[in-house]
Design a protein around this ligand. Structure first.
Ligand code: ADP
Ligand code: MG
Ligand code: ZN
Length: 480
């Protein structure tokens, strides 16, 4: 039987505030354990939470940026469960009245080049739990509550994602939106952007959802893709053997390359949700929404469209260039100085990203500035260097931060375009290869490539290819 994959993702993104969601403790990462705590986030009796207004503002931003409707009236709810790192015995989250609902994130993949909208069910605010620490401890475990009460936005998608590739595209698009909008730094290594993947399969053509398994807490695109691939195969095998998939929570084990069952999946009613009595409901008026909306910068979708229209770039280029604001800014700054957009795009997407990758640098820390790239492109255009030599020059630019002109001078890489000089070298090449010359003149025109290769060898790759071609043709055809 043929199956199709159905995926819904829940993302937890840490909202970019200085202090926690219900108390004044710092959210700074990496502090010594239990140094950012107070009676509120420790869950001590007799204290009351106070909502951090900035979290609401960031939630509204996230909602607007993902085309959601902001609820005029929403409220927190208690989600009751026991964990050693959850001292209150419940998590303050939102349930029946979330902050914002019914949005979408548009993705572009190889199979969905025209774009596919993945529906967002909701975005709500909640507090993070602490962290159990097991590593390096001989006996038992310890609890670090610095993270308890750190503000999270939970972003829940509709089950409309059809493959691992789409899941990764969705996560990348969502992450870029949150970073652009200043909602979250979405730093995956710090756990500030992590994802639960709900995965099911069903016979192709069926409209009923299959039973899902949920893979918890992944903070790498690669893991998400691998875990989905594994899970789809596992479920297919179960169904093929006539079995039934059970609803459960699983964990991805990167070392083993497999998912493992963690617990059978609880249902919403198991949590005994009820409205949080210690916090007042949240009223959001149009004026607040308008104010937040006016503070938002141009977002990836809009920028992508503008890049395609203004610079006549292919979809593919635009999608990559807007994947980070800094990359898009680099591109636009370079284009403003060297207005051949596709050429600039090729160098930024290809050579620049590759070199930065190799040096393990983010675009923000690129050793070269857009104007240096533009200057190098002008040197190709005016014939000072060939496109081929430019690759070497550019590599050196990214390594050293030096200007192209300086590197060309230091290494003597200027292109040889002088026709007299090139003509002399052509003569020696012709004299040194009589057999090939005869064959060429006898009709083996393909040998042109061989002669060009010889010329490049003689000149250390510096010969102007256009000129070489013309002179070779002229001299070889001369005495035919
Ligand atoms: P919970 O909070 O218990 O995980 P939700 O109802 O909020 O449950 O659903 C969580 C996610 O699971 C959503 O992203 C939703 O799209 C997805 N989902 C629900 N049912 C399925 C299914 N049968 N297959 C795949 N994804 C599903
Ligand atoms: Mg879930
Ligand atoms: Zn606190």
């Amino acid at each position: 039987m043929k199956y199709e994959t159905v995926i819904g993702l829940e993302v937890h993104a840490q909202a970019l505030t200085k202090t926690k969601i219900f108390c004044g403790c710092s959210t700074e990462f990496g502090a010594s354990p239990n140094s950012h705590v107070c009676p509120v986030c420790l869950g001590l009796p007799g204290v009351l939470p106070v909502l951090n207004r900035d979290v609401v503002a960031l939630g509204i931003r996230a909602g607007i940026a993902t085309h959601c409707k902001i609820a005029p009236y929403s409220r927190f709810a208690r989600k009751n469960y026991f964990y050693p790192d959850l001292p209150k015995g419940y998590q303050v989250s939102m349930f029946e009245l979330p902050l914002t609902e019914h949005g979408y994130v548009e993705i572009f993949t190889e199979s969905e080049k025209g774009g596919k909208k993945i529906g967002l069910t909701r975005i709500h605010m909640e507090e993070d739990a602490g962290k159990n620490v097991h590593d390096g401890i001989e006996e038992g475990s310890l609890v670090d509550l610095n993270r308890a009460g750190v503000p999270l936005l939970e972003i829940v998608s509709e089950p409309e994602i059809s493959s691992g590739e789409e899941a990764v595209a969705y996560l990348k698009a969502l992450r870029a939106i949150l970073i652009y909008a200043g909602v979250s730094d979405a730093d995956m290594e710090k756990g500030n952007f992590r994802c639960d993947a709900n995965i099911s399969i069903r016979p192709v053509g069926s409209s009923k959802l299959g039973t899902r398994s949920e893979i918890k807490n992944m903070n790498s695109f690669r893991f998400v893709q691998k875990a989905i691939a594994y899970e789809v195969l596992r479920q297919e095998e179960i169904l093929e053997e006539g079995g039934r998939v059970i609803q459960e929570t699983r964990l991805w084990n990167e070392k083993k390359g497999m998912t493992f069952s963690m617990r059978s999946k609880e249902q919403a009613h198991d949590y005994r949700y009820f409205p949080e009595p210690d916090l007042v409901p949240i009223n959001i008026d149009e004026a607040w929404i308008a104010r937040v909306s006016s503070e938002l910068p141009e977002l990836p979708d809009a920028k992508r469209k503008r890049f395609i229209e203004t610079y006549a770039l292919p979809d593919y280029d635009a999608t990559i260039l807007v994947s980070s604001q800094a990359l898009a800014d680099f591109f636009e700054a370079a284009v403003s100085l060297y207005p051949k957009a596709k050429m600039v795009s090729n160098w930024v997407m290809g050579d620049l990203l590759r070199e930065l990758n190799q040096e393990n640098l983010a675009i923000e820390d690129a050793p070269i500035k857009p104007k240096q790239l533009a200057a190098m492109l002008k040197l190709i255009e005016d014939g000072t260097i060939s496109g081929k030599i430019a690759k070497t020059v550019f590599e050196e630019m990214v390594k050293t931060g030096k200007d192209a002109a300086q590197i060309i001078k230091e290494k003597g890489l200027t292109q040889v375009s002088d026709e007299g000089a090139l003509g002399k070298i052509v003569d020696t090449v012709i004299a040194a290869n009589p057999k090939e010359v005869t064959a060429y003149r006898g009709g083996k025109k393909k040998l042109m490539g061989f002669f060009i290769g010889q010329m490049m060898r003689q000149t250390g790759g510096k010969a102007n290819p256009g000129k070489v071609n013309a002179i070779l043709k002229e001299k070889l055809d001369q005495s035919e």
